[in-house]
Design a protein around this ligand. Structure first.
Ligand SMILES: CC(C)(COP(=O)(O)OP(=O)(O)OC[C@H]1O[C@@H](n2cnc3c(N)ncnc32)[C@H](O)[C@@H]1OP(=O)(O)O)[C@@H](O)C(=O)NCCC(=O)NCCS
Length: 203
């Protein structure tokens, strides 16, 4: 994992380098690729996400989203990222949100991959890279994640990275319009690094 600051157009934007992927906060120039990938992935993503607002994929809504992101990053509340392949193709997104400081020092991890890029190991690489950012740069003690008990891809991803299943929360998040039970996972800064990453694939 490497971290660097982007050039003058992106001022203080943080970029996280992973193996074959890199992550940086969304910018207005990402709108077309982001909206296109989300639209193409709608059927794949909607069972696992909060209901998309009617105007979600519009430029206006994206602009609002970026404004909110800026405030969150500046306030050390959340760190949203888009995930790109080495050739700059947008693959998906990932957020370290709900940052809690004080005696907690934790954040909540959320993620999505575009349907055409699912199952190729990209999210494993992105999450792996962002855990380094969370523990080294943000100096967090803990990363939390939750997922639906039947979300096999998400469970495998978290367990491969080294997250531990810590609990079960009833009716925890309103996903796809329904309050649903969730498995709770946690990764500590002191947990051992994962043993393996998936083979690299292109496509
Ligand atoms: C969960 C998600 C981000 C995983 O991204 P990905 O890039 O496909 O993940 P990877 O390719 O790195 O694979 C991670 C693990 O999941 C497994 N996996 C991937 N897709 C799978 C599927 N459809 N069913 C079962 N396992 C699957 C992989 O084999 C791998 O397991 P392994 O380590 O045992 O080989 C992606 O499936 C997704 O965006 N799903 C829809 C939205 C979502 O679920 N968001 C998270 C809500 S908690």
């Amino acid at each position: 994992m490497a971290l660097f600051r982007l050039g003058p157009t992106s001022e203080s934007a943080t970029c996280v380098q992973g193996e074959g992927v890199y992550l940086r906060p969304p910018e207005m120039r990402d709108f077309e690729a982001w909206a296109g990938l989300r639209e193409r992935s709608r059927a794949f993503l909607t069972p696992w996400e909060p209901t998309w607002p009617g105007d979600d994929l519009t430029r206006t809504s994206f602009r609002r989203r970026l404004r909110r992101h800026r405030q969150e990053i500046d306030g050390d509340e959340a760190y949203p990222f888009l995930i790109f392949r080495e050739d700059h193709v947008l693959l998906g997104g990932l957020t370290l949100g709900q940052v809690k400081r004080g005696v907690v020092q934790a954040a909540t991890l959320g993620y999505w991959i575009g349907a055409p890029y699912a199952g190729k190991g990209y999210m494993s690489r992105a999450v792996r890279a962002v855990t380094g950012f969370a523990f080294s740069n943000l100096r967090l003690h803990r990363i939390e994640a939750s997922c639906l008990p039947h979300n096999e891809a998400s469970i495998k991803l978290l367990e491969r990275i080294g997250f531990t299943r810590e609990g079960f929360a009833r009716s925890y998040l309103r996903i796809n319009g329904v309050w649903q039970d969730h498995l709770l996972y946690g990764l500590l800064e002191s947990d051992p690094a994962p043993l393996r990453l998936p083979k690299r694939e292109q496509g």
